[in-house]
Write a protein that binds this ligand. Structure first.
Ligand SMILES: NC(=O)c1ccc[n+]([C@@H]2O[C@H](COP(=O)([O-])OP(=O)(O)OC[C@H]3O[C@@H](n4cnc5c(N)ncnc54)[C@H](O)[C@@H]3O)[C@@H](O)[C@H]2O)c1
Length: 359
């Protein structure tokens, strides 16, 4: 008997750069409910290489033309950060659902404008905080939801490694680059503190919020030494408990990421791997009631495929409980802004008041 036909979301990918080559094209090739329909990149050489490897139905050098294609139901925006909001707004105007890479935006002002457009459109907008699709992290969240009781404290750390490129070069497909790629006018790496906060801080903040709820206030300190950056961030969560976030880039050791949650009925200790290893977080969940620990195996570590499947499910009317939507995007950008402001003023900053630049 043949397999029943499954409706597959027809996706156009904007940007054929490293993240698309290492994650999104493979995710779409393997997704159960979505497929690559079109690609778009101004760089003709990249387009050709990707088309040869993944065989999209349509190839575009012009984003407006891809958005005009009625067969494109949704877009993945995989461009450099400053293009995320303009590209998301264009897609929404064209009536396309959006899965946009993180960070959703590079300023509070623009994420708020985006929020208005998304909410008025009724379209699905997800931001690529793909760690929410890490099965280990999801099991920690389930324990928090269902069993942990009151939370006493949270610690999260995200330390990208000096050796990250040796690891990614070893495990990713060979990444094709092009001198014809569209780049922002200002080099995003000219201000490394800002670049690291947007690239990595966005993950750290999102996972803390996903696990234990809204961050309402931050008190942040930044140390810069030998080209490395380390933020120590005291956090107050909406539920009234305190926490701590550490972002260190690059750390002089292997990738070092994880969290600890201390609760009334148990605790969680987690070690997260370099995402390019496609290995779910190791989570130890200790239950006070029987004084025992469980370690769930998240065998499927393809966070990016799971993410696009979640996105397609949302478009088809089954919004996943863990998806990162526009309000998560706004909260993430606001929290990064609050951290910047706190570093600058050396004072605690309420996230709801944060409007300033991410520096
Ligand atoms: N979630 C993750 O794990 C993860 C990991 C790495 C990168 N990222 C994010 O992915 C994003 C993209 O990263 P990258 O390194 O692939 O970027 P990149 O800038 O190297 O590549 C983007 C490509 O998009 C094309 N492009 C941009 N605007 C275009 C337009 N209007 N029309 C046609 N083509 C256009 C460029 O020509 C370029 O080839 C970044 O925001 C980054 O933060 C996420």
């Amino acid at each position: 008997m043949s397999e029943p036909e499954v409706e597959k979301l027809q996706v156009g990918v904007l940007g054929c750069g490293p993240i698309s080559q290492a994650a999104h094209f493979d995710a779409l090739a393997k997704a159960s409910n979505a497929e690559l329909y079109a690609i778009c990149d101004v760089a003709q050489d990249l387009r050709s290489n990707v088309a040869a490897a993944y065989g999209p139905t349509a190839c575009y050098g012009n984003y407006d033309e891809m958005l005009d294609d009625p067969n494109v139901q949704a877009v993945i925006i995989a461009t450099s950060d400053p293009f995320h909001v303009p590209a998301s707004l264009d897609a929404i105007s064209a009536g396309k659902h959006v899965l946009c890479e993180k960070p959703a935006a590079i300023s509070v002002r623009e994420v708020l404008d985006l929020g208005e457009a998304v909410k008025a459109s009724g379209l699905v907008y997800h931001v690529g905080h793909m760690k929410r699709y890490d099965a280990g992290i999801q099991s920690a969240r389930e324990f928090v939801e269902n069993e942990i009781g009151e939370i006493l404290g949270f610690k999260g750390w995200y330390c990208d490694s000096t050796h990250r490129y040796q690891v990614t070069d070893a495990v990713q497909p060979k990444i094709q680059k092009s001198i014809n790629s569209k780049r922002p006018a200002d080099d995003p790496k000219a201000n490394l503190a800002r670049y690291y906060m947007l690239a990595h801080g966005s993950h750290l903040i999102d996972i803390a919020r996903y696990l234990v709820g809204e961050i309402v206030e931050v008190d942040a300190k930044l140390t810069k030494r030998f080209g490395a950056y380390s933020w120590f961030i005291d956090t107050l969560f909406a539920d009234g408990f305190h926490g701590h976030l550490n972002l260190t880039v690059p750390v002089r050791m292997d990738w070092h990421e994880g969290f600890e949650i201390f609760g009334e009925n148990g605790s969680v200790i987690a070690k997260t791997y370099n995402p390019w290893l496609f290995k779910s977080t190791d989570v130890e969940i200790f239950r006070e009631r029987d004084a025992s620990t469980i370690k769930p195996l998240g065998a499927d570590g393809h966070f990016y495929r799971r993410q696009v499947e979640g996105f397609a499910a949302a478009v088809f009317g089954k919004e996943p409980e863990n998806s990162s939507k526009i309000d998560d995007a706004i909260a993430s950008v606001r929290t990064m802004s609050a951290i910047s402001q706190s570093v600058l003023t050396k004072r605690p900053v309420r996230v709801a008041d944060a409007m300033g630049e991410i520096r």
